[in-house]
Design a protein around this ligand. Structure first.
Ligand code: NAD
Length: 425
């Protein structure tokens, strides 16, 4: 059956997940995706809810709720992070799992998408309690996780240490060490060189490709970066290294503007020592809102979702937006940016460097042979550049934005895999 128009969207909704669904539906419509396939790709393949009872320090038992959602395994084992946060919901996990399916497909990694999490507040938990939660969550999902099945990674409020506990718990039950069951592990347990910098490096690669396409010289191109954590600081560092002029940076403490170019290594040193950019003297103070609206060649939002909305999109003056963060632009801002000729490199392509090096980590663990940094970075560059060109070509073919081009490419790749596998019944 051909694709039918979905129910009209609620124009007040601007959540990143609804934004993702709007783009998915838009792309599916242009692809003329079969109605049955559309319904299949819209829903997760599996949704698991687990109870995690933990004995607290005073001997009482507290029960936490955990989730794992597998959106798709059509192209390979599912891949996606585990987050620990007090406000996560199953619905959010479903949307984020689908997001991972599209992200892996855009850069052609042999993975499907998943996401998981535990409803808890790490700020009030001791390290021992966090370890118990991570281990019991893993034990409850032993049949779900596996190097050939579903491979978790760090996400909001989880880190290398938590991945080490996941790996150890899984391995204790398997009765042998299985490093490839998680990525984002400490290097000593099979983590990959280059993982920490991978997302920022990927942002640098796509930004350079976009500047080349628009014939803007990379040397001296002006860049404003919102967020100075892992993605923002590394993106700024690599673009600075290419000769770009980083005219503004920011974090939760506010923004710092210097039209002559900010000394990025100095800003990174400051942020490392002070744990924030607060007090950075290498630029004059501006607000995060002002940073977004600065005249520049490239705006690189790398902080959080919903920063560029229908309200401020008309005032953005950048020629290129490179979405380092997930979901920094709402669906309602997209047409405004497009009508103003701003080239948006969508999140599912721009920040796919992290999952690409996670893929390399999984490959290296399975080979038991570890690559030098140069090999990791060369592989990353090849995959991200190919992803960029595939998205660009698809967008041209369908006369759409890079974002919708990326969704068309991803949905088509997953739909083709489903079609050729056939529906087993
Ligand atoms: P992080 O916690 O290391 O850094 C976040 C930065 O944003 C910090 O500098 C923080 O001060 C700043 N920030 C927070 N709220 C802000 C605000 N309102 N205005 C300005 N700055 C603000 O996080 P990260 O790992 O760099 O991730 C950033 C974004 O990139 C997130 O959307 C994340 O999902 C996405 N992402 C990260 C990776 C990765 O490998 N780390 C991969 C893909 C996508």
């Amino acid at each position: 059956m051909p694709y039918k128009e979905p129910a009209p969207i609620n124009l007040d909704s601007e959540s990143p997940f609804e934004s993702m669904m709007e783009r998915f539906e838009h792309a599916a419509r242009l692809l003329n995706l079969d109605r049955g396939l559309f319904e299949f790709l819209k829903v997760p393949e599996r949704q698991i809810i687990v109870a995690i009872p933990i004995q607290m320090d005073d001997g009482s038992v507290q029960v936490f709720e955990g989730y794992r959602v597998i959106h798709s395994i059509a192209r390979g084992p599912s891949k996606g992070g585990i987050r620990f946060a007090p406000d996560i919901t199953l619905d959010e996990m479903k949307a984020l799992a689908a997001w991972m399916t599209w992200k892996c497909a855009v850069v052609n990694l042999p993975f499907g998408g998943a996401k998981g999490g535990v409803v808890c507040d790490p700020a009030v938990l001791t390290p021992v309690q966090l370890e118990k939660i991570a281990r019991r969550y893993t034990a409850n999902l032993l049949d779900t996780f596996g190097p050939e099945k579903d491979i978790p990674a760090p996400d909001l409020n989880t880190n290398e240490q938590i991945m080490a506990w996941v790996m150890d718990t899984y391995s204790m039950h398997a009765r042998h060490t299985v490093t490839s069951v998680v990525t984002g592990k400490p290097k000593i347990l099979g983590g990959s060189l280059g993982r920490r910098e991978a997302t920022g490096r990927g942002c640098m690669i796509v930004t350079k490709e976009a500047l080349d396409r628009l014939r803007i010289p990379v040397n001296g191109a002006t860049v404003a970066v919102q967020g100075f954590g892992n993605v923002g600081s590394m993106s700024a560092f690599f673009l600075h290294g290419l000769g770009c002029k980083i005219i503004a940076i920011s974090d939760v403490s506010g923004g710092y503007y210097n039209p002559d170019g900010i000394d990025i290594p100095r800003a990174i040193d400051h942020a490392r020592q002070q744990r924030s950019l607060r007090g950075f003297a290498g630029g004059e103070s501006i607000t995060n809102e002002e940073l977004l609206e600065l005249p520049c060649d490239v705006l690189l939002p790398a902080a959080r979702e919903d920063q560029i909305t229908a309200e401020n999109a008309g005032r953005i003056k950048a020629k290129i937006i490179c979405e380092g963060a997930n979901g920094p632009t709402t669906a309602h801002a997209d047409p405004i940016l497009e009508s103003r000729g701003i080239l948006v490199i969508p999140d599912i392509l721009a920040n796919a460097g992290g999952v690409t090096v996670s893929y390399f980590e999984w490959v290296q663990d399975r080979m038991g042979y570890f690559w030098p940094l140069e090999q990791v970075n060369d592989g990353l560059e090849r995959i991200i550049r190919e992803g960029f060109h595939d998205v660009f070509d698809t967008a041209e073919q369908y006369h759409v934005s890079l974002r919708i081009g990326a969704y068309i490419l991803a949905i088509d790749r997953v739909a083709q895999a489903v079609k050729v596998r056939g529906i087993y019944a």
